[in-house]
Ligand binder design. Structure first.
Ligand code: PLP
Length: 491
């Protein structure tokens, strides 16, 4: 970076740009101002939505696991930078240099946020899905991949080109480690490289996986491990070094930075040796015609190798801003507050006998603010539609891109859910939490997921618990019909 150019100082200058809400842009982790005890300000917190039953209510965004609202701080930082926007790694002008500087500075901040090893590379991608597909494309020949069937499809499916061993759903964290140990021990002596792919926090149950133990097991057997932190990073500090994972992937839009970017961070060797994920400008150092008419390309060996095309500097900067905001707010405080919300929701749902919370590891498992459940006698799509239309609460229903896991938890065969309508009497079986009754959960071929995080006010979870109770005891106040497979209000 040239001496006259300090992206952080320039961007945070108030003269021609709205001042960022916190400390100077790019001031580094920990610069987020006062430690926060309540929810962090997010966009959309004052948005009201109409209710089918009349009137309006403040929208309760309780679908953070799909996409979290943007942090106000991230929005402000992006707005402050926007007038200075320029091309990255490809311009001589001041703003291009400033943007390049900001992009690289963002990379360094993400590396610090993830506590990466000094030799690790941080590659900006579009999302977790993109990051894991990038890693899949960079696997060495003969690599075997080990993945639990419980994974999100983004972790389950990209490994087509490799030999894949799908591991059965464990019922305890120790069971997960044992299953992996056994599978790795079964490898033939002299077999090629191996990669384990595991989620940090389930997008269905919110339960934390024993990542450190799985990493130790992988390494003990000469395998590497990639952590899908899509649901972990927004809720928990992630230390690549403490967990001893080889790579970590996450998405900006789940980390309060919805500007189209994600991250793959970790060991450089496999990535440097692999063919560039996308071929094009930015990934290539030199290109020259050969005498035989073809072209010779020398590819970069830095992160740029897998970042061909014009980088998404706003997306990268937004992620760095979110990292600063979470760290600056006191991540431990955010975790503690989220745990209180989790306890409140779980206690509220536990008081409603018709509700069954889905769980692999049981009630005592540590978890993040992602809770899936079914309601006896209700089609989940119907229930979620009523939460939205009658209470202004946005949750998700379905199989959450983790079909094998949700079907295991529901005990249901792969089939289409039935049409919505009036709640149906449930056969009446009772069973342990997470263990489906014989024959499954009646009509619940899908589940309902409520998820929340750093921007969630207490009132949203209180309204949610009250709404679930009212719907169960009094039924929906409105008629619903099925439209293209989804339940919608009948008007
Ligand atoms: N991994 C997990 C655990 C997820 O929950 C998700 C998204 O819900 C993904 C990966 C994929 O993330 P994205 O859609 O941002 O690529």
């Amino acid at each position: 970076m040239s001496a006259f150019l300090n992206a952080a100082a320039v961007v945070s200058a108030p003269a021609s740009a709205p001042a960022p809400s916190g400390a100077a842009v790019g001031a580094g982790a920990g610069a987020g101002g006062a430690v926060c005890a309540g929810p962090l300000p997010v966009l959309g917190r004052d948005v009201t939505v109409p209710l089918v039953t009349g009137g309006e209510v403040t929208y309760a965004a309780l679908d953070y696991a799909a996409s979290a609202p943007a942090l106000q701080r991230v929005w402000d930082d992006v707005a402050a930078y926007a007038p200075y926007y320029g091309s990255v790694h490809r311009g001589a002008g001041y703003l291009s240099q400033l943007s390049t500087d900001l992009f690289e500075q963002s990379r360094a901040e993400v590396a610090a946020f993830l506590d990466c090893r000094p030799s690790d590379q941080v590659i900006f991608t579009r999302s977790t899905t993109d990051s894991l597909n990038l890693l899949a494309a960079a696997l060495p020949a003969d690599c075997r991949v080990f993945v639990f069937e419980t994974e999100h499809h983004a972790s389950l499916l990209p490994w087509d080109g490799a030999q894949v061993t799908y591991l059965d759903a464990p019922r305890t964290p120790d069971g997960a480690v044992d299953t992996l140990e056994r599978a790795l021990a079964d490898r033939e002596p002299g077999e090629g490289p191996a990669l384990v792919c595991v989620t940090g926090a389930s997008n269905v149950t919110g339960e934390l996986w024993p990542v450190e133990e799985l990493a130790a097991a992988a390494h003990a057997h000469g395998a590497r491990i990639v952590l899908d932190a899509a649901q972990l990073a927004p809720h928990h500090p992630v230390s690549v070094q403490a967990l001893d994972v080889d790579w970590v992937a996450f998405s900006g839009h789940k980390l309060y930075a919805p500007f189209g970017s994600g991250v793959l961070a970790g060991r450089a060797d496999w990535l440097q040796q692999a063919r560039p994920y996308l071929a094009g400008g930015g990934a290539s150092r030199t290109v020259a015609r050969r005498d035989d008419g073809g072209v010779d390309v020398e590819w970069h060996t830095t992160a740029a190798r897998h970042e061909a095309g014009s980088p998404n500097v706003i997306g990268a900067y937004a992620i760095a801003s979110a990292c600063r905001a979470l760290t600056g707010a006191g991540f431990d405080r955010l975790v503690a507050r989220e745990q209180e919300l989790i306890a409140q929701v779980r206690a509220g749902l536990a008081g409603i006998p018709q509700v069954r919370i889905l769980s692999l590891f049981g009630d005592d498992a540590p978890r993040v603010g992602v809770i899936s459940f079914v309601v006896e006698g209700w089609n989940s799509s119907h229930f979620a539609a009523a939460l939205s239309a009658e209470y202004g609460i946005g949750v998700r229903d379905g199989l959450f891109c983790a079909h094998p896991l949700v079907r295991t938890l529901l005990g249901s065969a792969p089939q289409e859910p039935g049409a919505c309508g009036a709640p149906e009497a449930h056969p009446g079986e009772r069973s342990e939490v997470g263990v489906p009754p014989a024959g499954g959960w009646g009509r619940s071929l899908n589940a309902i997921r409520v998820s929340f995080g750093a921007g969630t006010p207490d009132e949203h979870v209180e309204r949610f618990v009250r709404a679930v109770g009212e719907l169960v005891s009094e039924g929906a106040q409105w008629q619903y019909r099925t439209e293209e497979g989804r339940c919608v209000p009948a008007v």
